[in-house]
Write a protein that binds this ligand. Structure first.
Ligand SMILES: *Cc1c(COP(=O)(O)O)cnc(C)c1O
Length: 215
């Protein structure tokens, strides 16, 4: 699954016109392909598995900003806490608590996004809106909540996608007063990033378009 420079160049110029940040999703990609993407100018990479991330981190340039985007088990937080740039997939108060604890141990303030459950599929994780509005930010001094993330239903139905993304943006706007540093709205992947951007996305997480379909 080789890194596709042509696709990247095209995507990058589109995202620039929209002022949207690209996170290249590099799960299951070998180091050489990630290095090629880095050489093309990408600095933000997203990984889904703590173990995979921990093995890639020391082998690649240290100015890479590593985003964690998969479901994170509390017992894995300690492995990524020393170096992770942004944990996008925070989906429970328990996880917030553990990230805060490990961030403190590492002498860091860790940036996080709150994941909202917006899809129809129950397999996708995330907070619901009420849970987000109930978070007491002061309980987590070593966490900076920078925004929200969501994954839409796996569907080609434009209306469903639009509704889910706009729901995410609505909750983002509601929660904003509670989290003064909130500005990132991470939504959109290979198949739905254009719809996500039309609904206010400021960050997309794109894998297959750049690296080819994962096997
Ligand atoms: C795998 C993954 C992506 C990227 O998906 P593509 O369809 O390959 O662009 C984005 N976000 C999350 C949370 C993922 O797990």
């Amino acid at each position: 699954m080789p890194f596709n420079l042509g696709k990247y160049t095209e995507l990058n110029s589109f995202l620039k016109t929209k002022n949207v940040t690209l996170v290249a999703v590099s799960k299951f990609q070998p180091l050489e392909e990630i290095q090629k993407a880095y050489n093309a100018g990408i600095r933000d990479f997203g990984e889904n598995y703590a173990q995979e991330l921990c093995s890639k981190f020391p082998a690649l340039p240290d100015d890479i900003r590593w985003h964690f985007i998969g479901h994170l088990q509390t017992n894995k937080v300690k492995y990524i806490a020393p170096f992770v740039y942004l944990i996008q997939s925070v989906d429970s108060a328990n996880l917030l608590k553990e990230i805060n604890k490990q961030a403190k141990k590492a002498g860091r303030i860790i940036k996080c996004l709150l994941q909202l459950h917006i899809a129809e599929e129950t397999s996708k994780t995330g907070f619901n809106e009420d849970e987000i509005l109930k978070i007491n930010y002061a309980d987590y001094p070593n966490i900076e909540i920078c925004g929200m993330m969501g994954m839409a239903t796996f569907t080609g139905n434009e209306e469903i996608l639009k509704n889910e993304f706009s729901k995410l943006r609505e909750t983002f706007l509601k929660a904003k007063p509670q989290f003064p540093q909130m500005q990132i709205l991470s939504m959109g992947m290979t198949d739905d990033y254009k719809t996500a951007i039309s609904q206010g996305s400021t960050m997309v997480r794109v894998g297959s378009l750049l690296f080819g379909r994962r096997s």
